[in-house]
Ligand binder design. Structure first.
Ligand code: GDP
Ligand code: CA
Length: 347
């Protein structure tokens, strides 16, 4: 590994919400405890967050993945739920329901609403989402890992994932709904016929994103959804090229174990874009940088060891290790394996 071999000064992670946040939490634990090779408490970590799940509801701008990352890393998350604030109360939701205000299927907690109020007011005053995120993170991340953790939205522009689902009542036979309606109201229980990322073509990376990728010693794709989390980040103009071009090695961790995701709806999303639901196929979907893709290395779960040969045949370094994020130590060990896999530098 070039300058990065002995010392990890800067690590950049392209993350969705719950899976990515848990991984970054374990990575920070591993850096601090010395488990991650070359890492230390002085390693800077930049997290580039998916913002294609964002939407406006009850007049508020809600950014689920940014908030999950901010609350998880800032120790304000409800650990059981995996999203939203700890010790949450729901009076505002009950009041809205009593008024008969729709939609009732998307609940905002009282504490969480304060975050959305700050964000919405700042956006309406003309600040960019990246500036707003920085302001919110002053509360949550200033004391985390020596203040060396930075959270950036992938873009300041509006990008929204929409999902096409079958609808016999519609003349076209299908209906296109916001990702949140698919995930929260329909619980991803009906097939996704297509994934449409509205606004992606016109979006540009937020300030700092391309530099964080170009200037990193290591770039990580955590076990986030390959389609609607990492896929939407890579889809912002310039980001995929920056990952392909960085001198840092790029390593990914599979969110798929066996034939499904661990939590969430990666299975449905992969199926809708025609990618087989397996750790091997997702590694091939990202592809080796030496063959036009974005990865140098790809970790699969120990139970998916049979996929290693296939991945190596696709030009990737691959290893099979336990990939369940059961606690911080287990996750730190995963992060250490990811770093070690590409310790010799880009493939
Ligand atoms: P979201 O935005 O909240 O959906 O979160 P992400 O996109 O960051 O992560 C969702 C992905 O995390 C899902 O595809 C899960 O399979 C994956 N995931 C969650 N927990 C684990 C785990 O313990 N191990 C692995 N390997 N993947 C996990
Ligand atoms: Ca998400």
């Amino acid at each position: 590994m070039p300058s990065s071999a002995s010392t990890l000064r800067r690590v950049t992670v392209l993350s969705g919400g719950v899976g990515g946040a848990r991984f970054v939490q374990g990575l920070l634990h591993g850096l601090r405890s010395g488990v991650v090779p070359g890492g230390s408490a002085a390693t800077e970590v930049t997290v580039v967050a998916n913002t294609a799940d964002d939407w406006w509801i009850h007049g508020l701008k809600v950014c689920p993945d940014l908030d999950t990352l901010m609350y998880t890393l800032g120790d304000g998350i409800d650990v059981e739920r995996g999203w939203g604030r700890r010790d949450e109360t729901w009076s505002a939701r009950t009041e809205l329901e009593t008024y008969g205000v729709e939609p009732t299927w998307f609940g905002l907690g009282d504490r969480d609403i304060a975050t959305h109020l700050v964000r919405t007011q700042m956006l309406e005053a003309g600040f960019a989402l990246s500036q707003v995120t920085d302001a919110l993170c002053r509360r949550w991340l200033a004391d985390v890992h020596g203040g060396l953790v930075r959270l950036l939205p992938m873009s300041d522009d509006r990008v929204e994932t929409h999902i096409a689902v079958a609808d016999p009542a519609s003349p076209s036979g299908r209906r296109v709904i916001h990702f949140q309606e698919y995930w929260v109201r329909l619980r991803a229980e009906v097939p996704a016929e297509a994934v449409l990322v509205v606004g992606q073509d016109a979006a540009t990376p937020a300030p700092g994103v391309l530099d964080a990728i170009a200037g990193a010693d290591l770039v990580v794709l955590p076990p986030s959804n390959p389609v609607v989390s990492v896929g939407t980040i890579l889809g912002v103009a310039g980001i995929r090229d920056a990952v392909r071009a960085t001198e840092a090695p790029v390593v990914g961790v599979s969110p798929i174990i066996g034939a499904s995701h661990v939590h969430g709806m990666a299975r449905q999303m992969l199926t809708s874009i025609g990618v087989e639901v397996s750790a091997g196929a997702v590694g091939e979907h990202y592809g080796a940088r030496s063959r036009g893709g974005v990865l140098d290395g790809w970790l699969v779960d120990a139970t998916d060891a049979a996929h290693v040969g296939r991945l190596e045949g696709a030009g990737l370094r691959a290893r099979a290790v336990p990939l369940l994020m059961t606690d911080h130590d287990a996750t730190a060990a995963m992060a250490a394996e990811a770093v070690a896999l590409v310790a010799d530098g880009p493939a």
